[in-house]
Design a protein. Structure first.
Length: 211
């Protein structure tokens, strides 16, 4: 789906995961009848514990990275300053998070940065170099702030947040453009709370559907 242009989010694997869970349950029942409950429980624990430590470590890293983003924003002068500087660019796997935190549409955030732009660079969890790369245009940018796992680089100037849409231009006089019906997004935030996972999921899904 990602190759076709859709977001490659894990939630799209829910249906396939459900089918696999049913098949696994059928196999578990058959194994239980033959080998007994003790063998089944031991096998399940062995399979689960193998990657449990890595999963816990990954969750801790992601939580730290999210907390560090707030530090980055504070050191850079706040979200309004970043959005008012120019269009925002970041890594593909962080566009949903960055879009939500800065109240921007997700589309275009992952495009290759060209000045003018604000580039929110992050170090991947896989240990790869921090990105996205600024390329040969790096001298045009200046560092606004750094935080653990994050860097904010800026080359201020008016530029379209979403290329090809004239009504989505980020400028100093229009620092926070909205291209979706704000009433629905506002209701989602006030009813469930801005930090609620349900509010985030509903709002982000609505934004994605709007495109």
């Amino acid at each position: 789906m990602a190759q076709a242009g859709y977001a490659g989010n894990p939630r799209y694997l829910v249906a396939a995961g459900g089918v696999l869970a049913v098949l696994a349950a059928v196999g578990a029942v058959a194994l239980l009848r033959r080998a007994g409950a003790a063998v089944l429980v031991a096998a399940a624990l062995a399979a689960s514990l193998a990657g449990l430590a890595d999963q816990v470590r990954d969750l801790d890293d992601r939580a730290d990275r999210r907390a560090a983003f707030d530090t980055l924003l504070a050191r850079a002068g706040g979200a309004p300053r970043l959005v008012g500087c120019s269009r925002i660019r970041t890594q593909t796997d962080l566009r949903t998070f960055v879009g939500w935190e800065l109240d921007l549409p997700g589309r275009g955030l992952e495009r290759r940065p060209h000045p003018p732009a604000v580039v929110l660079r992050a170090r991947p969890f896989t240990g790869e170099p921090i990105g996205p790369s600024l390329g040969p245009e790096r001298p045009a940018y200046r560092v606004l702030a750094r935080a653990p796992g994050w860097e904010a680089w800026a080359a201020c100037g008016p530029a379209p947040q979403v290329e090809g849409r004239a009504n989505v231009t980020v400028t100093r006089s229009n620092p926070s453009p909205r291209i979706i019906p704000t009433s629905i997004d506002r209701v989602l935030r006030s009813a469930v709370g801005r930090r609620s996972g349900l509010a985030r999921a509903a709002s982000i899904s609505f934004r994605s559907a709007s495109w």
